[in-house]
Design a protein around this ligand. Structure first.
Ligand code: HEC
Length: 233
């Protein structure tokens, strides 16, 4: 009997320990919704798709970040978009000041201003679709159902990630930090000198600067690719 209680008891303690070690607290920025559900391919998510475009293309030094707040516009969060851009969530491309600036045909008024490249048509379509779907502060879990750290190819993973999250700041005549990330050889250079991995994992001022830290899965996938020698695969 004693023996039974002892083994049942230790079993419960063991299970408890196992459960505790498996439970991981999701990263929750106080003003962001937790990334819970599966990503629906027909929906556009602010935290996953829209905010990275704004952070990468609009918040570089001297522009719409909390320190510089050019024209009193800040684009580093949903809250700042809603409070600093007139009609920033309105699905009316003429009334919405954000879309007006992005779609302006006069290069002197267009955002981001030259010599920065205009947003791509894919990026503009993401913004338009998000507005037409109600401009919610929504998020989804890109790793719902599990992470495959081995899924780490340049063409299907690294290049699109850098394109969405980094290129806005790391391109043009005056790339931030003197680092350009516009093509394979430039990305390979920072991969092989260790700066790609260290910049996305450092505990403060991580890349993308001013944006949410990349999730553990994306960080592992970057590591896999760097350790494989940063192949153009
Ligand atoms: C909002 C602008 C911005 C975005 C977006 C951004 N960066 Fe940066 N990056 C900077 C600035 C400014 C510096 C120089 C200051 C510093 O190192 O913090 C920098 C520096 C770096 C460096 C050099 C770090 C070192 O150790 O010298 C690397 C590598 C880098 N960024 C990679 C990235 C990657 C990868 C992404 C996308 C995941 C990214 N950056 C997104 C602004 C940005």
């Amino acid at each position: 009997m004693n023996r039974f209680i002892w083994s049942a008891g230790s079993g419960i303690v063991l299970c408890g320990l196992l459960l505790m070690s498996c439970k991981h607290d999701p990263y929750v920025n106080p003003e962001n919704p937790p990334m819970t559900g599966l990503c629906d391919p027909d929906s556009v998510y602010f935290q996953n798709q829209v905010l990275p475009i704004l952070v990468s293309n609009c918040t570089e030094s001297g522009c719409h970040n909390p320190q510089d707040h050019e024209e009193d516009v800040v684009l580093d969060s949903y809250q700042s978009l809603v409070t600093t851009v007139e009609n920033g969530t309105l699905n009316d491309l003429h009334e919405n000041k954000l879309m007006r600036a992005i779609l302006d045909s006069d290069p002197d008024d267009r955002m981001p201003p030259p010599p920065n490249a205009p947003l791509t048509s894919d990026q503009i379509n993401i913004l338009k679709q998000w507005l037409s779907q109600g401009a919610q502060n929504n998020a989804c879990d890109e790793n719902f159902g599990g992470c495959d750290p081995a899924d780490a190819k340049y063409g299907s993973f690294i290049q699109p990630l850098v394109q969405t999250r980094c290129v806005g700041c790391h391109s043009g005549n005056n790339p931030q930090g003197g680092i350009k990330l516009t093509n394979y050889s430039e990305i390979k250079t920072v991969a092989l000198n260790g700066k790609l991995f260290s910049s996305v994992t450092r505990s403060s001022n991580w890349m993308p600067l001013g944006g949410a830290k990349l999730d553990d899965c994306n960080i592992q996938r970057i590591q896999t690719w760097v350790q494989a020698g940063a192949p153009e695969n």
